[in-house]
Design a protein around this ligand. Sequence first.
Ligand code: FE
Length: 196
Amino acid sequence: MDVVAHIETLFRTHGNRRYDGARGEPVSALAHALQCAQLAEWAHADATLVAAALLHDIGHFSDGDLSDELQDDRHEVRPLPLLREHFGMAVAEPVRLHVAAKRYLVATLPEYAASLSPASVHSLALQGGPMSAQEVEDFDALPYARQAVALRRWDDLAKVPGKTTPSLDYYLVMLDELRQSLPGARFQRIGALDVA
Ligand code: FE
């Protein structure tokens, strides 16, 4: 299946799941993703980072019991093979690092820790708590650290019930264009034409 069609299926199948808002109000997982992508666009982020914002939580979209609140679900790791293969590191790395970015921000910005929702404080503890000074230094040296921190800030804000956003279709078109613009995409298309 085409990767964009696969992503659409994931959102259509799992996107109506509840995602807790800043004051405990529920927004759906789809609304959260769309709001996050919209905030990235409003910040004039690159298309790769808008895509990362849209896709950062698709690791939650799998079957099985993800509701065990005593465990960290490692949702930032699950989609990495798909993201790396089809969209490259500029999409995959901010997704991989968006959980670590919360630990980074808590350690480096006191006002950030105070702004976290109860659900976010709970998951922070499961994810290892604030970074140590050495971890902060190591994180700063990563190639996509800045993008991951930006994504994290949008992630935290993308929880407003009833907010108007572009549609999923709008972002799926953007994903398709992004995929076709990446190195290797032309090769794949020529290959497909050869087969046809
Ligand atoms: Fe999120």
